[in-house]
Design a binder for this molecule. Structure first.
Ligand code: HEC
Length: 246
C-alpha cells in the first residue's frame, strides 16, 4: 500500500518535472515550491493522563521564528491522540520565517510556555519532498511537563544531574516523583517536599515563590525566572495544577 503510493507520487513528480522541463520554466516552478514552504510528517507516541484544555493550555505542534515566543503556526493535538499509540500529523506550508518546529505547551494566545521537543529546520531548507520526523515516545501529561519542561531544564544541574544531590534530592527522570510526593523535607523539619493535592502546603512550591527566600540555605525564588523569562506566571500556574492533580 505504502510502496504503491510512493511509486504513484514518484511518477507524478517525474511527470511534473518533465512538464516543467518542456515548458522551460524550471526556475519559476522551483520558486513557487519554495514559497509554499516545507511539508513535515511527524510521528510520535504521545501519552497524557491530563486534559490540557481544561487548564487553558494545549499540547501543540508549533512553528516559531527566532524573534518571538508566539507560534507562527500551530496544530493542536487532540486528547484522543495522546493514548500512547503511534500517531501521525502532517504540517504543510511551513514558511521560511519558521526556524524551529516544537512539540510544546502553548496558551490560548499561542505563546510558548514550555517545550518537550525541538526540531531545527535549518538543515531542511529548500526541501520539496515530505520530511519524516520521528519524535518518539513522550509523556505529555502534567508529570511529563514537570520532568521534561521543568526539572530537566531548571533543576537537575544541582539535583542529581551530575552526581550532585543538593538537599539529598534527586530530580532526574525516574527518581523525581518518588523523592518528592509525600516525602518529608530533609532540610526543614515539619515540612513536606510535595503534599499530594495541596500546592500551597508543599515546600517545593513555597521555595519557588516570593516569601520563600529564606526557607532553605539556598534561595530558589530566581531559579524559574532565569529559565522561563516570558512564561513565568504560566509555569508557576502549571506547577500548582500538577501538585493539585496528584
Ligand atoms: C544552583 C543549584 C540549585 C538549583 C538550580 C535548584 N536547587 Fe533545589 N536545592 C539546592 C540546594 C543547595 C538545596 C539544599 C538547601 C539547604 O540545604 O537548605 C536545595 C533544596 C531543595 C529542596 C528541599 C529538599 C528538602 O528535602 O528539604 C527542594 C524541594 C528543591 N531544592 C527543589 C528544587 C527545584 C524544584 C528546582 C528547580 C525548579 C531546584 N531545586 C533547583 C540547590 C539548587
Amino acid at each position: 500500500m505504502r510502496k504503491s503510493s510512493i511509486f504513484a507520487i514518484s511518477i507524478f513528480l517525474l511527470a511534473l518535472c518533465l512538464t516543467a522541463c518542456d515548458s522551460g520554466d524550471i526556475e519559476e516552478h522551483g520558486y513557487s515550491t519554495a514559497s509554499g514552504g516545507l511539508t513535515l510528517r511527524f510521528r510520535a507516541q504521545l501519552s497524557s493522563q491530563d486534559d490540557w484544555e481544561e487548564t487553558g493550555y494545549g499540547i501543540v505542534l508549533a512553528g516559531f521564528s527566532d524573534q518571538s515566543s508566539y507560534a507562527v503556526l500551530q496544530r493542536p493535538i487532540p486528547l484522543a491522540s495522546m493514548n500512547g499509540e503511534e500517531m501521525e500529523m502532517v504540517v504543510s506550508n511551513v514558511s521560511n520565517s519558521i526556524s524551529t518546529m516544537e512539540l510544546a505547551v502553548t496558551n490560548t494566545l499561542r505563546k510558548r510556555i514550555v517545550t518537550f521537543r525541538t526540531v531545527s529546520l535549518e538543515a531542511y531548507k529548500g526541501r520539496v519532498d515530505t520530511i519524516d520526523i520521528d519524535l518518539g515516545r513522550i509523556d505529555v501529561g502534567l508529570s511529563g511537563f514537570m520532568q521534561q519542561g521543568i526539572f530537566n531544564q531548571a533543576c537537575i544541574q544541582c539535583h542529581g544531574g551530575n552526581g550532585r544531590k543538593a538537599g539529598t534530592l534527586d530530580l532526574t527522570d525516574g527518581m523525581a516523583l518518588q523523592q518528592l510526593i509525600d516525602v518529608p523535607s530533609s532540610q526543614k523539619p515539619g515540612y513536606t517536599r510535595i503534599v499530594s493535592g495541596d500546592a500551597e502546603g508543599s515546600l517545593l512550591r513555597m521555595i519557588l515563590h516570593e516569601g520563600g527566600e529564606n526557607l532553605l540555605n539556598y534561595n530558589h525564588t530566581e531559579v524559574l525566572s532565569s529559565q522561563f523569562k516570558e512564561s513565568l506566571e504560566d509555569v508557576k500556574n502549571l506547577i500548582d495544577e500538577w501538585i493539585n492533580s496528584l
